[in-house]
Ligand binder design. Sequence first.
Ligand code: AMP
Length: 178
Amino acid sequence: MTPEELRSLIRTVPDFPQPGIQFRDITTLIGHPQGFAASVRHLADAARSVGAEAIAGMEARGFIFGAAVACELDLGFVPVRKPGKLPVPSIGVDYALEYGSDRLEIDPGAVASGERVVIVDDLIATGGTALAAAELLRRAGASVDYALFVIDLPDLGGAQKLRNAGVNVRTLIAFEGD
Ligand code: AMP
């Protein structure tokens, strides 16, 4: 399936989790066997073409796509976690969301020095989550030059924010106007 065909598998839920947010729900995409496989293959093709040595994904929906991409490419997966989940000393960063704020943490030993780590998540909105992940991975010694997303909300400017931080962005589907 092409990225344009994948668009129709994404469900839009208005006013979730709060009024004014058009929630782009990937539940319907990952529940579709060919749709899920095709989205992982498109992301994996992009990660392969930029020389990924490991894949990092953000909890929780980044785990779904990131782990599948890592598996497809025979690479390791670095989980970027919500706070308080890691059983070892971690490093963390607080960041703002399109709605609310949050914190991400990683095990600093999860990446090798200079390792080319590619970030994978379901969606980029303001870019705050991916920027925080890139910062954390870089602090742990990774080289973070690329981030891949199934969905871009271009009007929220996240991709540009990442590019300004030296992270190239590839996305499969854009939803304008949100
Ligand atoms: P951001 O940090 O603003 O780029 O937000 C990205 C994260 O929040 C992604 O991991 C998404 O899972 C989630 N998210 C933000 N906005 C939306 C939205 N409109 N629909 C679905 N998920 C969203």
